[in-house]
Design a protein around this ligand. Structure first.
Ligand code: IMP
Ligand code: MG
Length: 190
């Protein structure tokens, strides 16, 4: 399905169509609903990349959950993980006694989610912490972080769409794909 006016023409290859993403979220939401039944659940969004997934996933979870957001920066505009994770908020969310599910767009080196889980467990006192990601780049992992819920595993490709950006753009694409080389700065091309 192609939507006139969307920037699909910047894409080289489509990896996941919108219908595929949403039907996978149906399955994850079903599992999450079952596994957190009767427990106080707070879902924490890692901004900005997880916004699309949050909106679609959370509307499929049939539990009275709470929602919080965390703002971190880890990529700084390139196509490779920078290694440093910066927290942009003035306060951490209130998560004491909650079962926390952290949602991020993609797990790459794992440094972002490692920093976030470490910080939440040391300053927020939750009952438990789990991680849900839409995409898992297993081969580029540099930490021990293991996601509890994964949408799709992908090879080591730089992808955009459905929340994922290149230099802040393409987050609004309803699908996920790779960019044509001409839309990637020469210094970022592999
Ligand atoms: P990590 O700390 O290396 O695991 O990187 C995680 C963050 O890097 C994600 O939250 C994304 O913002 C960004 N990232 C990693 N891979 C990609 C990609 O293929 N496209 C867009 N952003 C990515
Ligand atoms: Mg991100």
């Amino acid at each position: 399905m192609s939507i006139p006016g969307a920037s699909h023409d910047h894409l080289e290859r489509i990896l996941f169509e919108e219908e595929q993403i949403l039907s996978r979220l149906d399955e994850l939401a079903e599992r999450i609903t079952r596994e957190y039944e009767g427990k106080p659940l707070t879902v924490v969004a890692v901004l900005h990349g997880s916004l699309m997934m949050m909106a679609d996933l959370l509307r499929r979870i049939r539990l009275p959950l709470k929602m919080e957001c965390l703002s971190v920066e880890s990529y700084h505009g390139g196509v490779e993980s920078s290694g440093s994770v910066k927290f942009n908020m003035t306060r951490m969310p209130e998560l004491s006694g909650e079962h926390v599910l952290i949602v991020d767009d993609i797990l790459d080196s794992g440094r972002t989610l490692e920093a976030i889980t470490n910080k939440i467990s040391s300053v927020c006192f939750p009952q438990s912490i789990r991680v849900a990601v839409l995409l898992d780049k297993k081969t580029t992992r540099e930490t021990a972080v293991e996601p509890d819920y994964v949408g799709f595993e992908i090879e080591d490709l730089f992808v955009v769409g459905y929340g994922l950006d290149y230099q802040g753009r393409y987050r609004n694409l309803p699908l996920i794909g790779t960019l044509k080389p001409e839309y990637i700065l020469p210094e970022h091309r592999s």
